[in-house]
Design a protein around this ligand. Structure first.
Ligand SMILES: [Zn+2]
Length: 218
C-alpha cells in the first residue's frame, strides 16, 4: 500500500486523526495510513492548534473539557508561541445579549488538518485514495458577525435530512460517517465529529477526478 495523499512509495505510518486528539484511555485501534516522505512532515504544531480550537469551542462536552484541561493547557504552557497565535486576535462581541469575546481562528490551518484527516479516513475505509479536492463546511466556526457562512447555512439544512451512521472505535473523541450522493464513492460527503460536539463536513469540489489537495483551494 502506498501514500494516502499522492500514491507514492510508503515511508512511514500516520495516525488519523493525530494521536494528540485522543485522550489517554481513548486510543483503541486508532486509524493509521501509509504516507510517503513528503506527506509525513511533522505537523504537530498545526495539529495541536486545531485540537485546542475544537476543545475550546465545545467545553460543554466533558471529554473535550478534560482533554482541554490536561492536554491543551499543557501544550499551551509548553509553547508560548502556540498560545499567542491561538488567542492574539480577540474581538469583543455581543452574543445572545451577552458581552463576550470571540477568537479569530486561522481557518486555513484548520482546513488543512481536516483535509489530512478526511483523506486518511477515506483511504482507511476504501483502500484507495479520495480523488477529489475537498471543501470544508461547519456551523461551529462563524463569520465575524457570529453567523454561519454560506456553506454553514447549507449544511444546517442538510443535517436535518441526514441521519448519520457514525463509525469510529473511540466515539468520545472521534466519529465519522459517509453520506452517499450519486453512488460514486468519490462523490460522498464525509461528516467528521469530534468530542461528540464539533462537526465538520468534507464536501467534494465538483465530480471530476482530481489529486488530493491539502492546501486551501480559494
Ligand atoms: Zn505522499
Amino acid at each position: 500500500m502506498s501514500c494516502y495523499i499522492c500514491g507514492k512509495e510508503k515511508e512511514s505510518v500516520e495516525h488519523a486523526p493525530p494521536k494528540s486528539f485522543f485522550p489517554k484511555g481513548k486510543r483503541n485501534s486508532l486509524i493509521t495510513v501509509n504516507s510517503c516522505k513528503v506527506h509525513n512532515q511533522d505537523t504537530s504544531l498545526d495539529d495541536e492548534y486545531v485540537r485546542n480550537i475544537i476543545t475550546m469551542m465545545i467545553q460543554g462536552s466533558s471529554i473535550a473539557y478534560d482533554h482541554f484541561l490536561t492536554k491543551s493547557i499543557k501544550s499551551f504552557s509548553r509553547s508560548p508561541a502556540l498560545l499567542k497565535s491561538t488567542t492574539e486576535k480577540w474581538h469583543p462581541v455581543n452574543y445572545n445579549g451577552v458581552d463576550t469575546k470571540a477568537i479569530e481562528i486561522d481557518r486555513d490551518r484548520v482546513d488543512v488538518v481536516m483535509r489530512k484527516i478526511a483523506y486518511a479516513v477515506f483511504y482507511h475505509k476504501y483502500s484507495q485514495r479520495w480523488l477529489r479536492k475537498l471543501i470544508t463546511a461547519t456551523t461551529y466556526l462563524k463569520i465575524p458577525n457570529l453567523e454561519n457562512d454560506d456553506l454553514g447555512d447549507m449544511i444546517e439544512e442538510l443535517q436535518n435530512k441526514h441521519t448519520p451512521a457514525y463509525e469510529g472505535n473511540n466515539p468520545e473523541a472521534f466519529q465519522y460517517a459517509f453520506m452517499e450522493t450519486d453512488g460514486n464513492i468519490n462523490n460522498q460527503i464525509l461528516r467528521m465529529r469530534f468530542y461528540e460536539g464539533f462537526e465538520i463536513w468534507m464536501i467534494p469540489d465538483g465530480d471530476e477526478a482530481n489529486e488530493p489537495e491539502l492546501n486551501t483551494l480559494y
